[in-house]
Design a binder for this molecule. Structure first.
Ligand code: ZN
Length: 179
């Protein structure tokens, strides 16, 4: 839920299993739990939470829930509860267990990331990108000869709404995820 929804105790919240419940019900469920505060920057990126251990900690997984909101492969709608934490830069190549290099991928999508001609690759969008910090999936050549990086908007419907509004206002939205 957003801060506005929390303050007004109204609206719809999304759970880690992808369910949608009224904010009033979410607050009731939260009464007996220990709350966590996640803080994000202006671009919606979680603030740095570095670790040097191999496995993602529970905290890192928690902060990916409101940021990635589910599997990051384009067009995949799997919720956080069905996702593993994927290291965008491979651990054996020196990838650190740091929130900047981690993302959610469900088992089916995770298996598609391989260093072969038919495998997908993942990178993080840089600061100049429209969605900095988000995970970009690079398709293999047989799917897209230009290998244009793609982003998943399934769990971020407000981004599509923003684009629709821009398009309606006559401005061309950036084409970063053509199918
Ligand atoms: Zn997936």
């Amino acid at each position: 839920m957003t801060l506005d929804q929390l303050e007004e105790a109204a609206g719809v919240a999304t759970t880690a299993t992808g369910g949608r419940i009224p904010v009033s019900d979410a607050l009731k469920m939260a009464e007996k739990t220990r709350p966590w505060l996640a803080i994000f920057d202006h671009a919606g990126r979680p603030l740095h939470l570095g670790r040097t251990s191999r496995l993602a900690s529970g905290e890192q997984r928690l902060i990916l829930i409101p940021f990635d909101r589910g599997c990051t492969k384009p067009r995949c709608d799997k919720p956080p509860s069905l996702c593993a934490v994927h290291h965008v830069k491979d651990w054996v190549e020196g990838g650190e267990t740091d929130i900047d290099g981690e993302t959610f991928a469900c088992d089916g999508c995770h298996a598609l990331i391989t260093k072969t001609e038919t495998g997908w690759q993942t990178i993080k969008a840089d600061d100049d990108h429209e969605f900095p910090g988000r995970t970009l999936w690079i398709p293999p050549k047989h799917i897209d000869p230009e290998q244009k990086p793609r982003i998943n908007h399934c769990h971020h419907p407000e981004e599509l709404l923003d684009r629709a509004i821009e398009a309606a206002n006559g401005r061309e939205p950036p084409d970063d995820d053509a199918a």
